[in-house]
Design a protein around this ligand. Structure first.
Ligand code: TV1
Ligand code: CA
Ligand code: ZN
Length: 390
């Protein structure tokens, strides 16, 4: 039978389980796992699945999740059902583990969590076994989950679990987070080690934007005996950052971090809520600029674990992640910018049917990140890097 020729380049593996897509957080909840269906439809309509090794993600075991999380918390996650929210004997735990509006108890919650976590753990293991150079799990990237607490739509921190796998093989791992929210759960998990350098770009407004952490000065507990001191890099931004400023900033910050820290592998969280027109976000990035960050990260030629994250305007999330998949398989030059006639749910991409709609024009936000503000951020990162050894 005819074999689609594989382009030369990196071996890319895709880790997914379609069961993840079927879960619902509830009526008006902004997190829609259905965006993963839309992403997959785009990837397949463009034929990109022929250029990757496809793996059906298995569920992470409770033991695997307990490598980071408290066993008690995972056990609660395993057995809680929607009705428990109103049962007095369970309501203490519902409060203790921070379930509520952001993190509801929905049908199949444990299944959902163990599947997205399994995808990221599998992806990390493929990289460690040299069976893949770039491993993708768009259903992962749930960066707010804590050791024994759900937070911000995240229950199990798949990024921490994947990074722990990478640390078995690599002395140093760098974590990069381009979600519009601060990657607080990952930062906190590696607070006290110098073996992970975390870098998050995010909207920062202590009182008015979730989670309210990630100020420039927050670089890890600075106790002299803490090896993790200075190993959290935060890039706090204001509304409306545009393509040019963001790409420049990303190059300056990430280029300097990789040069200094010399990681053995990179974990990249590609939260698509940093795009313009996102339902929860406030940046002004277009699909190409978001993708340019992924492309730049790939140029280091290091084992790369790519995960999703936020993204609340599903048509744009799927555009970005499909485009980024094409970058990772070196096929972005070949993509027709008009979305193929054959794609399922094509109506969602109208009226333009473009992979690159002008998001920055559709909802114009003033860029409240003047050049001197950004220059100061880069300068501060350079200063912080003086404390860091590769
Ligand atoms: C149910 C129904 C929940 C409608 C939550 C927006 C909703 C939000 C909802 C929402 C919403 C947040 C807070 C307030 C904490 C709360 C995946 C007590 C229209 C990675 C998580 C954002 C982002 C949480 C996750 C945030 C990620 N914003 N409608 N909730 N305080 N929570 O502000 O980083 O993208 O908004
Ligand atoms: Ca971020
Ligand atoms: Zn987010």
């Amino acid at each position: 039978s005819y074999q689609v020729p594989r382009p030369q380049g990196y071996r890319v593996s895709w880790h997914a389980n379609p069961a993840v897509e079927l879960h619902h957080f509830g009526q008006s909840h902004p997190m829609k796992p259905w965006r993963l269906t839309l992403t997959k439809q785009l990837v397949m309509a463009y034929g990109m699945h022929h250029a990757m090794d496809l793996y059906m993600a298995r569920a992470a075991t409770s033991e695997e999740m307990a490598e980071f999380h408290d066993a008690d918390y995972i056990e609660f996650l395993r057995q809680v059902i929607p009705g428990d929210v109103d049962r007095p004997e369970q309501s203490d735990n519902v409060v203790r583990f921070n379930f509520g509006d952001d993190c509801p108890v929905f049908d199949g919650l444990y299944n959902y969590c163990s599947l997205y976590a399994g995808g990221t753990v599998d992806a990390a293991r493929k990289l460690c076994n040299n069976q893949s150079e770039i491993a993708i799990n768009w259903s992962g990237g749930l960066h707010h989950a804590k050791k024994s607490e759900a937070s911000g739509f995240c229950y199990v921190n798949d990024i921490v679990l994947g990074t722990l796998q990478l640390l078995r093989h690599h002395p140093r791992v760098m974590y990069i987070d381009i979600d519009v929210h601060h990657g607080d759960g990952v930062e906190q998990a590696f607070w006290s080690t110098d073996r992970v350098l975390t870098v998050s770009f995010h909207k920062y407004d202590k009182d008015n934007f979730f989670p309210g952490t990630g100020a420039l000065e927050d670089t890890g507990p600075s106790h002299p005996l803490n090896p993790g001191a200075h190993h959290a890099i935060n890039v706090p931004l204001n509304d409306g950052i545009d393509d040019e400023s963001y790409i420049q900033l990303y190059h300056d910050v990430i280029g300097a971090c990789v040069d200094t820290y010399r990681p053995g592998a990179i974990v990249l969280q590609c939260g698509a809520d940093s795009l313009g027109c996102d339902r929860l976000g406030c940046f002004n990035l277009n699909v190409r600029a978001h993708g340019a960050c992924v492309a730049f990260t790939k140029t280091f030629g290091l084992p790369l674990l790519v995960v999703g994250g936020g993204g609340y305007t599903p048509r744009n999330v799927s555009r970005a992640w499909a485009h980024e998949t094409s970058i990772l398989i070196d096929a972005d030059q070949n993509l027709d910018p008009t979305i193929p006639e054959t794609v399922a749910f094509r109506n969602h991409f109208g009226p333009d049917y473009s992979l690159f709609p002008p998001l920055s024009e559709l909802r114009k936000l003033e860029n409240k990140n003047p050049r001197p503000y950004l220059q100061n951020l880069v300068e501060a990162v350079h200063e912080q890097l003086r404390y860091i050894q590769g």
